[in-house]
Design a protein around this ligand. Structure first.
Ligand code: HSE
Length: 404
């Protein structure tokens, strides 16, 4: 019998308890062992929960119980979760996590610790929720040199942008709707400002390119400044605005990773990804392009990925199974300084002023545009610095990269 302890009985933790117990028989058949939920750690009381008998408040109970083989960490954050993960690994227990903040900031250290202790540290659910992506990237695509990863990595912001595009809601209205539906947190900043997507592109980069990339090495811009005017101009150009996390392997081995809104051509597969869905496109030198699509968040989709990791460990108990990569460093990432794109620009200016500044442009139109506003797509591929230089002196309202 394999015993599991869940840390944190929030949305994901409770989903894991449900799937683990609800599918007990089929899990046993597939793993050739009985996988039992023994403990749930939470500071709160849940007297009416069907799992009421499992609750403990002291992590030491789990840490010191030799019968616990696998600890599932669904606490979130990088403080208590870090302490408990270290202690569980030190105690010789395998750990499964859905915590992208922890993996993005301490993943190198924790994978090393798991390696030293001969146990597993798996975190499939930390990127793309229920979408299988980390295992396919590290195993099925292992023969490739990965050239680029580009994806819609955050469901909340994709929902907000979809509602702006399809229903004409303002950013504030769409955010409020996302909060009412339980997609966005009351403090939505991690999603809206791009930090959640940033953590996910860090994890993807580490697995794809082999070195730890820290969130502070990834220029990150969210969607709070995207307006309906931009959505309309993009529509007129046959494009949709999407928040993308991208990581590109440069010729010198460094990684250009960043998060920013982009104008994506309507015919591009990423443009069709709507609502809370996520999609991750991976380009490898042998496979070409491959895309992963599905529910990137939510109780049961995320639990699906967590429990699959638990089962993977249960099947291979006694064998180390950890994703790992080399340490990070200043030379691992190169920012976006050299990254050239076409740009969408909206300014309080005349069309001629935009043309004078940017050279050849495609002018855009939208109904109800106020006089004195102009928008265009640059024909030239420019770095952000080159663009800023050319636009100096203009009253620029928006500048968004166009996905090539
Ligand atoms: N807040 C995240 C999202 C949850 O909206 O995608 C999954 O990481």
């Amino acid at each position: 019998m394999i015993n599991v302890a869940i840390l944190g009985f929030g949305t994901v933790g409770s989903g894991v308890a449900e799937v683990l117990t609800g599918h007990e028989r089929s899990i046993a058949q597939k793993t050739d062992d009985l996988v039992k939920l023994k403990y749930i750690l939470d500071v709160r009381d849940f007297p009416d929960s069907p799992f009421a008998g499992c609750f403990v408040k002291d992590f030491a109970r789990i840490e010191s119980d030799p019968e616990v083989d696998i600890v599932v960490e669904t606490i979130g954050g990088a403080t208590v979760a870090l302490d408990f993960t270290r202690r569980a690994l030190e105690a010789g227990k395998s750990v499964v996590s859905s915590n992208k903040e922890l993996v993005a900031t301490h993943g190198y250290e924790l994978t090393q610790l798991a390696r030293e202790k001969g146990v597993c540290y798996l975190f499939e659910a930390s990127v793309g929720g229920g979408i299988p992506i980390l295992r396919p990237l590290s195993q099925c695509l292992a023969a490739n040199e990965i050239l680029e990863i580009c994806g819609i990595l955050n469901g909340t912001t994709n929902y907000i942008l979809t509602r702006m595009i399809k229903a004409g809601l303002s950013f504030e209205q769409a955010l409020k709707e996302a909060q009412d539906k339980g997609y966005a947190e009351r403090d939505p900043s991690a999603d809206v400002e791009g930090h959640d997507a940033c953590r996910k592109i860090c994890i993807l980069s580490a697995i794809a390119f082999g070195r730890h990339i820290y969130p502070d090495q990834v220029p990150t811009e969210g969607i709070a400044k995207v307006t309906l005017a931009d959505v309309d101009y993009a529509d007129g150009a046959g494009k949709k605005i999407k928040l993308l996390g991208r990581a590109i392997r440069e010729g010198d081995g460094r990684v250009c990773a960043y998060v920013a809104p982009h104008l994506v051509d309507s015919a591009h597969p990423l443009a069709g990804v709507e609502g809370v869905f996520n999609a991750i496109s991976v380009r490898g030198d042998a496979i070409g392009e491959v895309m992963f699509y599905g529910q990137g968040a939510g109780k049961l989709p995320t639990a699906s990925a967590v429990v699959a990791d638990v089962m993977d460990i249960a099947r291979n108990l006694g064998h180390r199974k950890a994703l790992c990569w080399a340490p990070g460093g200043a030379d691992a990432a190169c920012g976006t300084r050299a990254l050239k794109s076409r740009w969408y620009v909206r300014a309080n200016a005349g069309a001629e002023q935009l043309r004078d500044a940017l050279g050849e442009v495609k002018l855009l139109a939208r109904s109800g545009a106020p006089g004195g506003e102009a928008a265009c797509l640059s024909e030239a591929q420019l770095t952000q610095e080159e663009l800023s230089g050319k636009l100096a002196g203009l009253d620029v309202c928006a500048a968004i990269r166009v996905l090539n």
